[in-house]
Design a protein around this ligand. Sequence first.
Ligand SMILES: NC(=O)c1ccc[n+]([C@@H]2O[C@H](COP(=O)([O-])OP(=O)(O)OC[C@H]3O[C@@H](n4cnc5c(N)ncnc54)[C@H](OP(=O)(O)O)[C@@H]3O)[C@@H](O)[C@H]2O)c1
Length: 317
Amino acid sequence: MTAVLCDRYGAPDTLWLDEVPIPAPAPGEIRVRVHAGTVNRTDTATLRGHPFFARAMTGLLRPKMPTLGMDFAGVVDALGDGVSAFRPGERVFGLSPERFGAHAQYLCLPADGPIARIPGDLAFDEAVVGEGAWYADATTSLLSEGARCLIYGASGAIGSAAVQLAKARGAHVTAVVGTRHLELAQSLGADRVVNYETEDFTALGERFDLVIDAVGKTSWRACRPLLTPDGIFTATDLGPGWSHLFLSGWCALTGSKRVRLPFPENAPGFVRRLAGLMAEGRFRGVFDRRYRLDEIVEAFRYVETGQKTGIVRIDIL
Ligand SMILES: NC(=O)c1ccc[n+]([C@@H]2O[C@H](COP(=O)([O-])OP(=O)(O)OC[C@H]3O[C@@H](n4cnc5c(N)ncnc54)[C@H](OP(=O)(O)O)[C@@H]3O)[C@@H](O)[C@H]2O)c1
């Protein structure tokens, strides 16, 4: 099979395409013939080995996983011993957050992992929506019905998912985006859309129960005046000078809940819930450019610009 390989941390051009043996599913695993994948900020950060402490999980000196790629959609192609939850030929999508491996024609995963059937006749390339949504879920899970939240940077993979997941939780959502994404934020269901290029979002005269920095471009200091007395500031990125990391650590030590940097959990449960939301028409992917597998270096370079809208897809033929 064709796979994108990496054997060291570095820039996108350290990746190369090669022919490798098709993996055999171990007991309890399924093998998926991958048709669509993505390049996302988890893939780009993992390739760079940034932040350094993340190498405790991905490998100290070089990446443990020979192939990156966290999002996949495809067809179940073979079953390992003891698997009864899936049948060959079923269309599935999901996440591979530990082993990665979706930048290849075949991928083996535990059958009880983050995998779900693709709802209805949704195309493979519309089902690769997991990565940003999983991170978005870690922050929006802090919301309850009727809560008011502000999502800063609602045009990226995480931000665009966060708007939809917050609405699905019954929250009132104010989305902050740049001029080119105003219509997108509205179409995702935001109750109010603020243009950060023409308005000072910190001076809206409103208070929020939750402020989410979905792109790591604002700060607790700037957003503090926006919060209700019990309001929480949360982020998906370490923030300027790792400030989000230090503040959330300080809050954890002092018992305060004001600044949180939640890590996504329970990927299998989340992927099944996401499939349900997609089937009900309450969640959809927001897609930017698409690339072929042999254009993966270009895809990584584009994602690293930090300018994508939603998700960058990879067609895997
Ligand atoms: N913890 C992890 O392992 C992990 C995993 C995934 C992502 N992350 C982090 O989470 C953040 C979001 O990831 P993502 O994939 O959603 O990002 P993304 O898709 O790359 O976000 C890009 C979007 O952000 C917008 N943007 C850029 N600068 C902005 C600014 N100053 N204010 C508001 N919006 C701005 C861009 O549009 P405009 O420039 O036109 O506004 C673009 O649409 C990233 O910082 C990423 O590193 C962390």
